[in-house]
Design a protein around this ligand. Structure first.
Ligand SMILES: Cc1ncc(COP(=O)(O)O)c(C=O)c1O
Length: 396
């Protein structure tokens, strides 16, 4: 049999999806599962976006331009301006989700064996994007005790080598929920300028900030226009994960020219979904106010309930809709599988994401889980209670 590539063999499995077969078995046995493991919001997509697709007048579902339709890019640029990010449509390439924007960013600025420094824990698919791009992730550990704040800048500096091309941050963070302060972004900006590196910021959760905290984008830093690359997406903002529309934004013309070549090779981002995404930009502010209120309520409930569990450590998130918790156990992979296979309360159990897959340093985060608060408050309370009961009898 012909052999597969080394790259293919090295591609990491999703730490979230590998538990799916166990969940399916549990469902077949008649158990109900509370899914705390996925980042698919249960919030309704704005009607205005869905209606735009229902009421279209297209006769041919054609390609759009590789960089995305101009009308849509102009409208996104306006949305950014309203958010104090001064870009125009020529600084934007529309992509098939934030995922493709990350791949284009890696492809445009890094060669095989180049290095990107990322605070960990980080969004697990960064591992996959770096493997497919042949790029090496150099992790810098952020700690649950510090709420996963930016590690000291000296820790980054120690890791910079001749091969380092970029620093990648996720702001607010998945899986940590940590929102970087303006001061932290300024520190990173100074560092990338000093060492002539790129600063990639994955800002797909920009709208989700709580307790009056404001998001500060890398694109707001005036001195690093040639260094900053922003990744964005409609997936979470409008609960439109299935649209598969995102974008790459940079004032660096060379980056945009290069990313465009990657975009041309795949021809076009999805046409229908761009129509929906363009319409979504007219979503009234009230939609976001309600969504944020709902998430704050869920976060408060989740953290309060989790803190009732003996021996648990929880980092309080200020953004996104995830939270990392450290449990009084040795191995969260085993625990997560055990919950699905061997535990229930009145035939109900929970599915959590073991956090080790969000680290690239081996054997770190083994006793941590990521919880996505994408369920209604009542379900969250039930789910945390199941965790609490499970931990009383889990003996491994
Ligand atoms: C931090 C982060 N970046 C990027 C993505 C990719 O999102 P999409 O490709 O749906 O835009 C996700 C999805 O969960 C994410 O959590």
């Amino acid at each position: 049999m012909p052999s597969i590539s080394n790259k293919g063999a090295l591609m990491p499995e999703s730490p979230i999806r590998k538990l799916v077969p166990f969940a399916e078995k549990a469902i077949k046995k008649g158990k109900t599962i509370f899914h705390l493991n996925i980042g698919q919001p249960d919030i309704k997509t704005p009607e205005i976006a869905l209606d735009a697709v229902k009421m279209h007048s297209l006769e041919i579902l054609a390609y759009t331009r590789s960089e995305g339709s101009e009308a849509y890019r102009v409208k996104i640029a306006n949305y950014y301006k309203k958010n104090n990010i001064d870009v125009n449509h020529e600084d934007i390439i529309v992509t098939t989700g934030g995922s493709e924007a990350l791949l284009f960013a890696f492809g445009s600025i890094m060669d095989s064996d180049d290095e990107v420094i990322i605070p960990e824990p980080f969004y697990a698919n960064y591992n996959g994007f770096s493997t497919s791009s042949g790029v090496k992730i150099v992790p810098v550990i952020s700690k649950i005790e510090d709420n996963f704040a930016l590690p000291p800048i000296e820790e980054f500096e120690k890791l910079i080598t001749a091969k380092t091309k970029a620093i990648l941050i996720c702001n607010p963070g998945n899986p940590t929920g940590y929102l970087y302060s303006k001061d932290e972004i300024k520190k990173l900006a100074k560092l990338v300028k000093k060492h002539d590196l790129f600063l990639i910021a994955d800002e797909v959760y920009r709208e989700f900030t709580y307790d009056g905290h404001k998001h500060y984008s890398v694109m707001q830093e005036e001195d690093i226009e040639d260094h900053a690359i922003m990744i964005d997406s409609v997936s979470k903002r409008y609960s439109m994960c299935g649209a598969r529309v995102g974008c790459l934004v940079s004032k660096n013309k060379e980056v945009i020219r290069t990313a465009l070549k990657f975009a041309q090779a795949r021809l076009s981002p999805p046409t229908f979904a761009q129509i929906a995404s363009e319409a979504a930009l007219d979503t009234p502010q009230q939609y976001f106010d309600e969504v944020i209120e709902e998430y704050v309520d869920r976060r408060n409930t989740l953290v309060k309930e989790l803190k009732k569990i003996e021996g648990i450590k929880v980092a309080k998130p200020n953004g996104a809709f995830y939270c990392v918790a450290e449990l009084p156990i040795k191995n969260a992979d085993h625990f997560a599988q055990w919950l699905l296979e061997h535990f229930d309360v009145n035939n109900e159990t929970v599915m959590v994401a073991p956090a080790a897959g969000f680290y690239s340093t081996p054997n770190v985060g083994l006793n941590q889980i990521r919880i996505a608060y994408v369920l209604k408050k009542e379900s969250l309370i039930k789910a945390v209670n199941i965790l609490k009961e499970a931990l009383k009898i889990y003996k491994y």
